[in-house]
Design a protein around this ligand. Structure first.
Ligand SMILES: Nc1ncnc2c1ncn2[C@@H]1O[C@H](COP(=O)(O)OP(=O)(O)OP(=O)(O)O)[C@@H](O)[C@H]1O
Ligand SMILES: [Mg+2]
Length: 256
């Protein structure tokens, strides 16, 4: 595998009972790239992200993050599941931002951002605090660090969630519809933070219906339908002249 490929998924298949949620999904993302995944409800977008960070176990196929096989180790021709500790170590390298912020309600914005590095990575508190304050300032919340989630708007909570993911210094961040639970007027403040993050070189996989964001920020766009990766291409090409008629139909439907 070439050095700058940070995520590689090969024939990832996920079944829920008899139902095939992911059907031989392939994707490659280079370091520093932003890939937006689009597609109708139920097409497997969240399931795919959840396989990348091991919230779901795939049935077959393989995913590499940073040249490391996710969830398994290879010995000769055999694959063995890795230990829980190794799985936890791998998962720490992948940040995740959810549709519904998932902040700890009993912790301030600053405490939420500091929690992972202090409790999980066991980093020195003073160092983490400094980094967390800088990150909260970067997402425009310098004056809200002592606020609890209930005292923040949805857009502000999502910006805290992004700062929290960044504070772990992950290799990549997965976003699952990060703006779709927000009031329309709060969407752009979150997209602006994501745009800044992309410009700083963070590798990002973003499931989104915000085609404007995809057009302006993504390097590649992937269209999924019914568990299949229908089409992947440079953002400008896929969004303006998709090869598959299904992609074209979907894009048209989202726009209208
Ligand atoms: N735990 C589960 N058990 C059974 N079926 C599931 C489970 N999780 C997901 N599915 C099914 O797998 C399919 C893909 O779901 P997924 O959540 O990945 O879709 P999605 O593309 O993220 O959709 P949306 O845009 O609505 O978020 C759906 O048909 C869903 O019902
Ligand atoms: Mg989803």
């Amino acid at each position: 595998m070439t050095k700058d490929i940070i995520v590689k998924a090969v024939d990832v298949t996920k079944l829920f009972g008899p139902f095939t949620a992911l059907d031989k999904v392939n994707l490659e993302i280079a370091k520093g790239e932003v890939c937006c995944i689009i597609g109708p409800s139920g097409s497997g977008k969240s399931t795919f992200l959840r396989c990348i960070n091991q919230l779901e176990k795939m049935n077959s196929g393989a995913i590499w993050v940073n040249d490391e096989l996710v969830g398994y180790r290879r010995e000769g021709n055999n694959l063995y599941e890795i230990s829980d500790a190794d799985m936890a170590r791998q998962r720490r390298r992948v940040g995740m931002v959810f549709q519904r912020f998932n902040l700890f309600p009993h912790m301030t914005a600053l405490e939420n951002v500091m929690e992972g590095p202090v409790q999980v990575l066991k980093e020195p508190v003073a160092e983490v605090r400094k980094r967390a304050e800088e990150l909260l300032a970067r997402v425009g919340l310098a004056d809200k660090i002592g606020h609890y989630p209930s005292q923040l708007s949805g857009g502000q909570q999502q910006r805290v969630a992004i700062a929290r993911a960044m504070c772990m210094r992950p290799d990549l961040i997965l976003f699952d519809e990060p703006t779709s639970a927000l009031d329309p007027e709060l969407v752009s403040e979150v997209l602006d933070v994501m745009k800044d993050l992309a410009a700083s070189g963070m590798t990002m996989i973003v499931v989104t219906h915000e085609l404007g964001f995809a057009r302006n920020v993504a390097n590649t766009v992937a269209f999924m339908e019914a568990g299949k990766m229908v089409e992947i291409g440079p953002a400008s090409e896929l969004l303006t002249s998709p090869k598959s008629p299904r992609t074209a139909e979907f894009i048209k439907a989202v726009h209208s």
